[in-house]
Ligand binder design. Structure first.
Ligand SMILES: Cc1cc2nc3c(=O)[nH]c(=O)nc-3n(C[C@H](O)[C@H](O)[C@H](O)COP(=O)(O)OP(=O)(O)OC[C@H]3O[C@@H](n4cnc5c(N)ncnc54)[C@H](O)[C@@H]3O)c2cc1C
Length: 321
């Protein structure tokens, strides 16, 4: 249906996250045809993902059908498609379902998890970047408590009850706190015969403070608050390797755990690199103040994928919700 060129000017938006949806809404009633593409047919409210992962809120509270969000916009249509890359020369977006030509393109595919080449990190940690990540994490974490309740081998029981969160940025801090709240609250109440007090939540950060991109006093406050809640905060502790049963550190120490959570790094989603575009080391794309690509005036990049420079530094990958 969208594989041919249109009579009307066609704007294609890739990504139904915060930036893509904001762009679609901005075109309401404009004399253009808008097509929004996303690999999922729902939008994820990422700021509350950690609460899904900690079994505090239901997934229906953070996932919203994109078609419902766009329902009132007559000139905006949606297509569920995994976008592989774009061909700037033929002005076409290449998806697994076929090619879609555009007159104007807005790239808003956000960011994706990066593991910095740490051995085992990609296969032996849980990430927190999508709704399915959050659900997997929640299910795995709850199963570990059930397994621990039946485990007779004390060493394995302790390993099952040890949760290591790697990365002391906002997501790691939030998840460590939420996990501790779950353990001290609902789990302690629901499992009175089971020693949830044996559970360990360890937050590991390679630098000397939590929340490194924020004012230092917030990092200090968070560390103090988490420690009061019972979270073990390890600063200046760099991960060397992750295995299914342990997290190993560069100083030679290790923590036995069957659940390591990776919240240590993200970079731009790979669409720009896959399309042969010039990207920064963190895979984001430098844009003009208009969000246009310097050499492609009909291509715009918005949201986490855009490297937007202001007053000498790049804006962080945040909404400020
Ligand atoms: C766990 C977590 C908590 C956060 N908490 C906060 C917070 O409290 N406050 C705050 O300000 N910010 C927070 N952020 C950051 C904030 O969510 C991002 O800055 C924001 O989501 C960026 O919007 P975006 O539209 O660029 O990308 P996203 O919202 O990530 O949307 C990208 C969209 O593109 C789609 N997509 C990606 N690749 C493809 C592809 N190849 N083909 C098709 N579709 C694709 C995805 O499915 C997604 O729908 C948090 C982020 C995370 C991960």
């Amino acid at each position: 249906m969208y594989s041919n060129r249109s009579e009307q000017t066609r704007v294609v938006i890739v990504g139904g996250g915060f930036a893509g949806l904001a762009a679609a809404k901005a075109f309401a009633e404009a004399p253009v045809e808008v097509l929004l593409l996303d690999r999922n047919n729902y939008h994820t409210f990422l700021p509350l993902l950690y609460q899904v992962a900690a079994a505090e809120v239901d997934l229906s509270q953070i996932g919203f059908p994109i078609r419902t969000i766009l329902r009132s916009l007559d000139n905006v249509d949606f297509m569920m498609a995994e976008v592989d890359r774009m061909d700037l020369e033929s002005e076409t977006v290449i998806t697994r379902q076929g090619s879609v030509p555009y007159d104007y393109l807005i790239l808003a595919t956000g960011s994706e998890v990066r593991f910095f080449g740490i051995p085992g990190a990609q296969i032996s940690t849980f990430t927190m970047k999508s709704l399915t990540d959050g659900i997997d994490l929640r299910n795995h974490m709850l199963v570990k408590f059930e397994e621990a309740s039946q485990e007779r081998d004390e060493m394995r029981r302790q390993r099952l009850l040890t949760f290591v969160i790697i990365g002391g940025g906002p997501s790691g801090v939030e998840y460590a706190g939420a996990l501790m709240e779950l353990i001290d609250g609902p789990l302690a109440r629901d499992c009175p015969n089971f020693c949830v007090q044996d559970a360990r939540v360890v937050l590991v950060e390679a630098t000397s403070s939590l929340l490194g991109t924020m004012p230092q006093k917030l990092g200090c406050y968070s560390a103090e608050r988490l420690e009061k809640m019972g979270v073990e905060v390890l600063l200046d502790t760099a991960v060397a390797e992750v295995t299914p049963e342990a997290v190993l550190f560069t100083d030679g120490t290790e923590i036995d755990s069957e659940m390591a959570v990776w919240t240590a790094g993200v970079g731009g989603e790979g669409i720009a690199s896959r399309s042969g575009m010039q990207t920064r080391p963190n895979h984001t794309v430098s844009v003009l103040p208009t969000l246009q690509l310097p050499d492609e005036p009909n291509v715009f990049v918005a949201g986490d994928l855009a490297a937007f420079e202001q007053a000498g530094s790049f804006l962080p990958e945040l909404l400020y919700v």
